[in-house]
Write a protein that binds this ligand. Sequence first.
Ligand code: DX5
Ligand code: ZN
Length: 221
Amino acid sequence: MIRRLAPSVLNADLAQLADQVRLVEAAADWIHLDIMDGHFVPNLTFGPPVVAALRPYTDHYLDCHLMVEDPEALLPALAAGGANGVSMHVEPLEDPGRALDAAAGHGLDAGLAIKPGTPLDTVLPFLDHLDLVLAMTVEPGFGGQSFDDRVLPKIAAARRAIAGSGREVALQVDGGVNLTTVPRCLEAGADVFVVGTGIFHADDPVAAAKAFRAMLDGGAG
Ligand code: DX5
Ligand code: ZN
């Protein structure tokens, strides 16, 4: 199983976005971009224009986590701006299947995200139509929160369901992922690791990103 590191720039120095991405590129597989609308979550970040602005500065896969009430509305501009994949929260979606098909129709890898308290059953019916499941391990909205261990059984159940489907579906964890919690996520079966403050609030973000890389390349699981 390929293990991917996806640094989240949410708590990086956003005034130097391209430079911050460059800092972690060597260790990273994906760059995780947290798009928030101030409605689905009580925080407001950036949208498709910033994704498009970043695109010329990196060849890395741009993984867009859409914490918005109406993610389908953003898909055309994200695709045009060079995003590679989207994860849409299942909670506000009227028709997750339609949203996934719309993302794929725009050439985007299509994912569904679930909050810590949202049952896995909400995404399982769509396993044949998605590329990624994002299990939030904190309430979405802000970086720097503590990892919620109660999500681990859900991650393990998602891994079993993915294995049973016979499809290649990535299983991403996001929220409070650090060098202490990565092993628990690996054991539960996650394979994409979003890390925000664990890298960008470290004294040395380059060294921190390398440490996560080494753990993912050498760790158990
Ligand atoms: C929070 C975001 C995360 C955030 C994670 O809602 O989805 O991607 O950047 O930050 P840490 O790693 O600090 O929990
Ligand atoms: Zn995120």
